[in-house]
Write a protein of this length. Sequence first.
Length: 260
Amino acid sequence: MSTWHFQRRDLATQWGDDVRMVFFDHRGHGESGQASPKSCTITQMAADLEAVLRSVVPVGPVVLVGHSMGGMAIMALASRRPELFGSRVIGVGLVASAAHGIAEAGLGRGLQNPLVDAFRLSVRQAPRAVEAGRGLTRLLMAPVLTAGSFGSTFHSPAVAEFLESVIQRTRIDTVVNFLRALEEHDETAGLAVLSGIDTMVACGYEDKVTPLPNSVELHNKLGQKCELVGVADCGHMVMLENPAVITAAIAALVRRVAGQ
C-alpha cells in the first residue's frame, strides 16, 4: 500500500468523497500475513484481488490499478474471471507491468542464474536460517530487487531509503518464491478481455525490471481504448519517481470511464 503514497494523498485531495479508493498489501508483503510457498503465484494473487473486491467493494463500478506484480494479478483475473470486466470492472491501469517474458529481458535475465537457483534451494530447506542471515543473503538478492528501481537521474535519498526499507521488511522466502512466479508468468490470455474496456499503460523509459517494450506490447494488444504513458528518466518505481505523471494518468482514466 505504501508505494502508492503520493497517489493516495493527491487523489484524495482531488476527488474528495466522489471516488472511493481501496488499497491492500499482497500476500507475504507489507502487513499481510506470511504466504506459503505454493500460494506465491500470480493465479493466487488474482484470487486474492477478487476476494478483496467481493469483501470490500461488493457493488458498483470499479477501476483497478496495479504496479508490476499487481498489474499481472489484474491480467490474471481478467483471464480467469472475464465476466467481471465490462460489468463490474470498467477500467484498468497497468503501471510498470508485463504480460509475460519477465525472465527474458532487462534485469529479469538475472533470474536465470545458478546462484539464484542455489539460493532458492536454501530458502526451501532452511528458511529460518536464511532469514536470520538476511544481511548476507541480501548481497545476492539486492541486484535483482533494487537495480533498475529508479532512473539514472533520480536524486531523492528519502524515497530511495523508503524503498530499501520496504524491501528489507519483506521476508526473503516470500521474495524468492514470487521470483519463481515471475519467471513462469504469462497472462497474455487476459489482454483480449481487457481490450474491451478503457485501459491505461504507464512505464518509465529507464525501467530495467519491466522494460518499456513490455508496455508498448501491452498497449498494442489492448487496442484503441488504451492510453500509453511513457515517463522519461524514470525506472521501475515510476509512481515514486514522478508521482504527478502517474497521478494524472490515473485521474484521466477515471474521467474516461466516467464519461467526463
